[in-house]
Design a protein around this ligand. Structure first.
Ligand SMILES: [Zn+2]
Length: 299
């Protein structure tokens, strides 16, 4: 289960007139941290401004749920509330780098896990809808509406329904949609030797980073920074995606994001191979360990 029920907020609307069409991401414009979701749910039981959400997510999963999916939460004006499931990400507007830092990255993991489950539960496509699709999700014919089910954010809703007069633009331009969507679809892709970097959050908020260096599995455990090697080889792969680099060869197509940062830094820190030879295992190990320590993955 990716969410814990914490009881109804003061404000919500029972039932829905229309089925769910999309998940709407928000940020709370409040604090980050492992108890931020609990604080948000507590506040929604007291606040008198008619605001609520379906879910809160923070750095320590799982998510908290205060409104059932089949009821309407109050956070995005008429259209967004009518056909959306609202997720409040605890935190505020951030740059891409800040969203991907040690304080916020675990929150993305918690949120992606919830979004993945909601998409499966409600038959939503695991993709970000365009503004036109968000509008069509309410106004188009049933056949077209069926093709406009997916993921958006508060900004998407604001732009799609100008008649509602909304002004909120969360989750903001800095939100790392590419990294986030890779997390959302992660479990749908088989993990093979070609898809070798895995970041998983474990119980208690601890998380583990695994990457395969052409068969060498490095497991980095957030709590104690221990690193374990098994197997052999010299290749760094992207998070469930394309190869980022073969060590000793420039990173040609490194995508932005967390995995790319680590892979590029590891490649850059390795000594050039002698006569085209790959670096030694000891050199690879030291470089990966140094980079993992620099990312401060522990929580
Ligand atoms: Zn919002």
């Amino acid at each position: 289960v990716s969410a814990i029920w914490v009881g109804y907020p003061k404000s919500y609307t029972p039932g829905r007139a229309r089925p769910v069409q999309y998940v709407v991401l928000h940020y709370t414009a409040g604090a980050e941290g492992p108890t931020a979701a609990e604080d948000g749910a507590d506040y929604d039981k007291r606040r008198t401004d008619g605001t609520s959400t379906h879910y809160f997510t923070d750095s320590l999963g799982p998510a908290l749920q205060e409104v059932p999916d089949g009821d309407r939460a109050h956070t995005a004006f008429f259209h967004g509330n009518e056909i959306g499931i609202q997720i409040e990400i605890c935190g505020t507007r951030q740059t891409r780098e800040q969203w991907l830092d040690a304080a916020s990255y675990p929150t993305l993991v918690t949120t992606a896990e919830l979004v993945r489950e909601l998409c499966d539960r409600h038959g939503l496509a695991k993709r970000r809808l365009t503004t036109a699709e968000v509008r069509a999700a309410y106004y188009a014919t049933p056949a077209i509406r069926a093709a406009c089910k997916g993921i958006t954010d508060h900004a998407g809703v604001t732009y799609a329904y100008p008649e509602d007069g909304g002004t909120h633009t969360d989750v903001g331009d800095g939100f790392p949609w590419d990294v986030f969507m890779e997390m959302v679809v992660a479990d749908d892709k088989p993990i093979t030797e070609e898809h070798d970097m895995v970041i998983v959050q474990k119980a208690g908020g601890q998380y583990v980073l695994q990457l395969t260096v052409a068969g060498w599995v490095l497991e980095h455990i957030g709590a104690d920074h221990s690193t374990v090697l098994q197997g052999g080889g010299v290749k760094v792969c992207d998070y469930h995606g394309d190869d980022l680099a073969v060590l000793g060869v420039p990173v040609a197509e490194a995508r932005e994001g967390f995995a790319a940062q680590i892979a590029a830094a590891v490649v850059a820190s390795l000594p050039p191979g002698q006569g085209g030879e790959a670096p030694t295992l000891a050199e690879i190990t030291a470089a990966v360990r140094a980079e993992l320590d620099k990312t401060k993955l522990s929580v």
